[in-house]
Design a protein around this ligand. Structure first.
Ligand SMILES: Nc1ncnc2c1ncn2[C@@H]1O[C@H](COP(=O)(O)OP(=O)(O)OP(=O)(O)O)[C@@H](O)[C@H]1O
Ligand SMILES: [Mg+2]
Length: 319
């Protein structure tokens, strides 16, 4: 086990009220796996990633409860100074939009070497050599010359490769990728995903892959965690999620994937994600669920073990 999140609660204190973005979230990432974190927009995927790294914008955000064990130590108890060492060296993150993550006024080589030199000893020359190697690894054309380019001189796909090179340059044991390819067009998207997949095989880094694209999950992940309104509703191996989903929400998400030659209308989950300021009592999904009964409105469903590696929080399975 590499990372274990226990009952994590992250809130945002806004004028409208307290947004309970994460409600006692439990999540485990094992060594060497790619874990997919899926769910509709606003259900707390990015907040989960930011909470792990303790980068939730504060104010208005605050982690108000829970624990995040990484390599056996609770990150929430660490000094900011220690956290800074962990970020970028042991845990690194790739964001959705490479253009806004790179600094426009420095060359990309400068930015990559700054990251490596912050975390690793060695001369500038060595750092440059390492950067060139990383650029080769992520298949950037003409790595030595690319070092001297500014972000605006590179395409979106190249910028994202640089972000990946930067994220991997310190050989992290966990890479968090939050919608890493959403901003890219489809062919580049496939290239970047193949790249992440190959790098994972070569470096044995664990990956937390956040996406709402289930096609990407199918291609990349070993295990899947489905989130709804700040809570985990189902967790299973990739095959079980796709072949035997249990939670009505997971079934709904799967029903919403367009298939080739599909004639009938896409099934979508009716309604939208509930308010996180004033969520429904009981199961948060019940107002949108077609199988809800009285108990769903009153009681929060417990987490039920369906099989060794398959868990669901739904009253349908609570006997
Ligand atoms: N800075 C903030 N201030 C107030 N509320 C916030 C803030 N950041 C996030 N939230 C709230 O936290 C909840 C979870 O947001 P989050 O960004 O984690 O969703 P997400 O699952 O990543 O969605 P998406 O798929 O669109 O990226 C949302 O209800 C959002 O409005
Ligand atoms: Mg997000």
């Amino acid at each position: 086990m590499l990372l274990e999140i226990k009952e994590l609660e992250t809130h945002f204190f806004t004028y409208e009220g307290v947004v309970k973005a994460l409600n006692k979230l439990d999540l485990t990432i094992y060594k060497g796996e790619t874990l997919g974190l899926v769910g509709e927009t606003g259900c707390g995927k990015s907040v989960t990633a930011l909470s792990i790294l303790r980068l939730v914008p504060a104010p208005p955000g605050k982690i108000v409860g829970g624990k995040v064990f990484f390599e056996g130590e609770n990150l929430l108890e660490k000094e900011e100074k220690e956290m800074r060492k962990i970020r970028g060296s042991k845990i690194s993150m790739i964001f959705q939009n490479p253009t806004s993550s790179l600094n426009p006024v420095f060359t990309v080589g400068n930015q990559v070497t700054t990251v490596t030199r912050t975390h690793q000893k060695g001369s500038k020359r060595e750092a440059q050599k390492k950067a060139t190697e990383m650029f080769e690894l992520v298949r950037l054309p003409d790595p030595e010359r690319t070092l001297w380019k500014y972000p605006h001189e590179l395409s979106g796909g190249m910028q994202q490769r640089i972000m990946i090179a930067m994220a991997l340059s310190c050989e992290p044991s966990l890479l968090i990728a939050d919608e890493p390819t959403t901003a890219l067009d489809v062919t580049i998207q496939a290239q970047v995903l193949n790249l992440i997949k190959r790098l994972k095989e070569e470096t044995k880094t664990s990956i937390l892959l956040i996406t709402h694209n289930l096609g990407i999950v199918a291609k990349m992940c070993d295990r899947v965690v489905v989130m709804y309104a700040g809570e985990v509703v189902e967790e299973a191996s990739l095959n079980k999620i796709f072949e035997a989903p249990k939670h009505p929400y997971t079934m709904g998400l799967l029903g919403a994937i367009p298939k080739l030659n599909q004639k009938e209308k896409l099934e979508v989950i009716k309604g939208s994600v509930c308010s996180l300021i004033d969520p429904p009592q009981g199961c948060r999904f019940y107002p949108r669920c077609s199988s809800f009964t009285e108990i769903c409105q009153k009681e929060k469903p417990a987490r039920v073990k369906i099989e060794e590696d398959h868990f669901v929080s739904c009253h349908l399975y609570n006997f």
